[in-house]
Design a binder for this molecule. Structure first.
Ligand code: MF3
Ligand code: CO
Length: 250
């Protein structure tokens, strides 16, 4: 069953999204060589709790942190850790905020110090692919239209699209129907309807799209050691087009 949210539910999710966007904007100012992802995680958790929000990822299938922090060849679900970030690293910080029982989910990849042009390009194309996917999140379109727009652009730019992890419906729970793959065929898949709340969260790799799982059972990394970037927003399908709930612009 694909849920459609009421105006009240959308308002509550928008408040969670606004809080999440604020946290990302703070993190953007904190990221520099020498900081650790443990510090960023603790900052995010405290920021949420101080405002009456709950870090939804803690306890989710036994996950122990408020954020995921995925560095360089880590695709997603990296654990925050006490190692210092180095200039040249790219790091994806992903989190889910629960405010008053409603959720928002957003990931962003940050450059640490000076990142080489290939890494910068990976980040730029991944972010642009997210917005190209969002552009397709229109009433009457299908899930495949979103994935196709992302894949076509990403591959034309020479990057690959991760298959194992997808966007998803979201609301009072983190993962709801439908799955939103970041690849696919136009005109295929579930039809998008007014009031649906979804995430779009493309992960693009420099090399092959395939991943392997770390021994910790969580962290996915590229099979060839190439870097991976990810940008994710939570949004609502409305008759006036996609309404992004986690946008960081004022
Ligand atoms: N924020 C992630 C997503 O986009 C979920 C991370 S899994 C968790 O779905 F267990 F760490 F929460
Ligand atoms: Co998500």
């Amino acid at each position: 069953m694909i849920q459609r949210k009421s105006q009240r539910e959308i308002q509550l999710m928008a408040e969670a999204g606004k809080l999440l966007a604020e946290i990302h904007k703070e993190i953007a100012t904190m990221i520099k060589p020498g900081i650790t992802t443990t510090e960023i995680d603790q900052f995010a958790e405290k920021y949420m709790r101080d405002r009456g929000a709950v870090p939804e990822q803690i306890g989710y299938n036994g996950y122990e942190y408020a954020t995921c922090a995925s560095i360089n060849d880590e695709i997603c679900h990296g654990f925050p850790r006490p190692d210092k970030l180095n200039s040249g690293d790219i790091v994806t910080i992903d989190m889910v905020v629960n405010l008053n029982g409603f959720l928002a989910d957003s990931a962003w990849t940050y450059a640490v110090g000076e990142v080489d042009p290939a890494g910068q390009r990976l980040m730029e194309v991944t972010k642009e692919s997210l917005y190209r996917g969002i552009e397709q999140a229109q009433v009457g379109n299908r899930v495949g239209d979103i994935g196709h727009a992302i894949q076509e652009y990403a591959e034309a730019e020479g990057f690959s699209v991760v298959r194992e992890f997808t966007g998803h419906g979201i609301g009072p729970t983190m993962h709801e129907s439908p799955h939103i793959p970041h690849y696919g065929l136009p005109g295929k898949g579930a039809r998008l309807k007014e009031g649906m709340a979804i995430t779009i969260e493309p992960m693009l790799n420099e090399g092959a799209w395939q991943s392997k799982m770390d021994d910790n059972g969580w962290t996915a990394r590229t099979i060839d050691g190439g870097r991976s970037a990810q940008f994710e927003h939570t949004l609502i399908i409305t008759k006036n087009g996609p309404l992004i709930l986690t946008e960081q612009d004022d």
